[in-house]
Ligand binder design. Structure first.
Ligand SMILES: [Zn+2]
Length: 485
């Protein structure tokens, strides 16, 4: 292969290097292609039963070849500009030869590109430096645009649906199987990146570097960091095809597994929309199938990015599950803990229904003053009242009330709702609960099974997007705005 003659850049771009001319990027027979496109448009213009949608469609389908050719030429020029260095270790490659063809699937159709190949003595591997420059993984044939399409759609909907949506909206035909595989690969790449970022956060030098890289902006004035946690379950096929055998052996082929999640935000980021709905302007997310330990590390790193190291107060709001309090005490020592108000309300309602099983009005009349007291920061009074009530009961009713009194006593220190209200802090973990529901829309569909690796990969993609780090995976896609979650 001969290297294209290098002409200086004559465009208005800011490149100071010598690159091939702008004209060299125009499609072969460009005017013929455009003329053909115009004639297609002309048909639509003349057809009385066709509207603007038909014109858009003509351009989307008909314009593909123009863009495909331009992309192929540009990709070829980029390939030729790749320095003969190993993309992994930057070592100079030896035995470099050129003219190695590859076919890349792109959003405008397949393009063919020739590139150089060289041997890296350090890695002991053959390398194609151009592939790295073009954003292709080793042996990968899907362009970054298609990688992103697969990642974005399959983390939102089943691959069979994604196939139809992509074909309809982008005019690109990719099979559901390819989309699923591609999304999974991207998810695994996201997981690797997350691990790297989280480890970097645990080192002081790494932390300073990451604050610069991610442009994390923390306020100078004192602030409260709020952390909320929750869990939900997911269906996985870990004993696929073995259910009957397991059941015969008397074992339970359990398929529901826990997903653990957390969110964090500065209190000052809580605002109200014009319609009075409460929103959080900037927040961090962690969601994992990897167990409580994985969540602890992911959430800690995310909380650090949102100011954990500098907050003058940390508030943890959750429902009453034991794993959460262990995690909170372990990774966020010194944080003020608060149990979700609505969760406590449910416990009081349970007592009300024990006392008045057949009389809803009486149950309500009994519970309402207590619910009000709870909000007015008189949780001690509520507990004392229940303790006194318990003494007057016998049998199963007493056992029932006993259980609820124990619950309230356990969380006595975590029910300071009056103070929380005065400070404008959340009384419950509703923000996290609604986040969990949003994940469930994708990961908990009827009749849907997941493998543990598969769901962790896709969940990681969703979390990357929510955390505003989509561009770390797809640098061409800078415009995604995480505050629109
Ligand atoms: Zn190397």
């Amino acid at each position: 292969m001969t290297i294209t003659s290098i002409a200086p850049c004559v465009g208005t771009c800011s490149c100071h290097s010598k690159t091939p001319s702008i004209e060299s990027l125009l499609p072969t027979d460009g005017s013929k292609l455009l003329r053909h496109l115009a004639s297609q448009l002309h048909h639509s213009v003349c057809a009385v039963d066709q509207n603007l949608g038909h014109l858009e469609e003509e351009l989307l389908r008909g314009g593909q070849e123009v863009f495909r050719q331009m992309l192929e030429k540009a990709a070829q020029q980029k390939s030729e500009a790749a320095p003969p260095l190993c993309p992994h270790c930057q070592n100079k490659l030896s035995r470099v030869t050129s003219g190695h063809w590859t076919t890349i699937q792109t959003r405008f159709g397949a393009v063919r590109v020739q590139r150089a190949r060289g041997y890296c003595k350090r890695c002991r591997k053959w390398r194609f430096p151009a592939d790295d420059l073009l954003g292709l993984p080793e042996e990968g044939t899907q362009s970054p645009g298609l990688q992103e399409m697969a990642a974005l759609t399959v983390s939102k909907m089943p691959a069979t649906e994604a196939e139809q949506v992509i074909e309809r909206l982008a005019g690109v035909k990719i099979s559901a199987a390819t989309l699923g595989r591609q999304a999974r690969q991207q998810g695994e790449r996201a997981q690797e990146k997350r691990t790297h970022l989280d480890q970097q956060m645990s080192q002081p030098e790494g932390r300073a570097q990451q604050e610069r890289d991610l442009q994390l902006q923390l306020p100078l004035e004192p602030f409260t960091l709020v952390i909320e946690l929750d869990a939900w379950n997911i269906r996985e096929r870990d004993h696929w095809g073995q259910s009957e055998t397991l059941r015969k052996k008397g074992e339970d082929p359990s398929r529901w597994h826990w997903v653990y999640g957390g969110t964090c935000f500065r209190l000052s980021q809580r605002a109200q929309t014009a319609g009075g709905r409460s929103v959080i302007l900037s927040r961090g997310y962690a969601m994992t199938r990897g167990g409580v330990d994985a969540l602890r590390e992911q959430l800690w790193a995310e909380a650090m990015r949102h100011g954990l190291g500098r907050a003058n107060e940390v508030l943890i709001v959750v429902d009453g599950a034991v794993w959460i309090w262990n995690l909170a005490g372990d990774r966020f020592p010194g944080a003020r803990q608060q149990v979700d108000l609505w969760h406590v309300n449910q416990h009081l309602w349970a007592v009300a229904h024990t006392l008045h099983p057949d009389d809803e009005a009486a149950a309500r009349a009994w519970v309402e003053p207590l619910l009000a007291k709870l909000q007015e920061d008189a949780s001690c009074e509520v507990i004392t009242e229940l303790e006194q009530l318990r003494e007057r009961l016998e049998g199963p009713r007493r056992e029932q009330v006993d259980k609820e009194v124990n619950y309230l006593q356990t969380h006595r220190e975590r029910m300071d709702y009056g103070t929380a209200r005065k400070r404008g802090e959340p009384l419950g973990s509703g923000a996290m609960e609604s986040t969990c529901r949003q994940y469930q829309v994708r990961f908990k569909r009827t009749g849907q099974y997941w493998s543990q690796e598969g769901d962790e990969a896709l969940m990681c993609l969703e979390t990357f997007r929510r955390n505003g780090r989509w561009d770390l995976l797809f640098p061409h896609a800078k415009e995604i705005d995480p505050s629109k979650n």
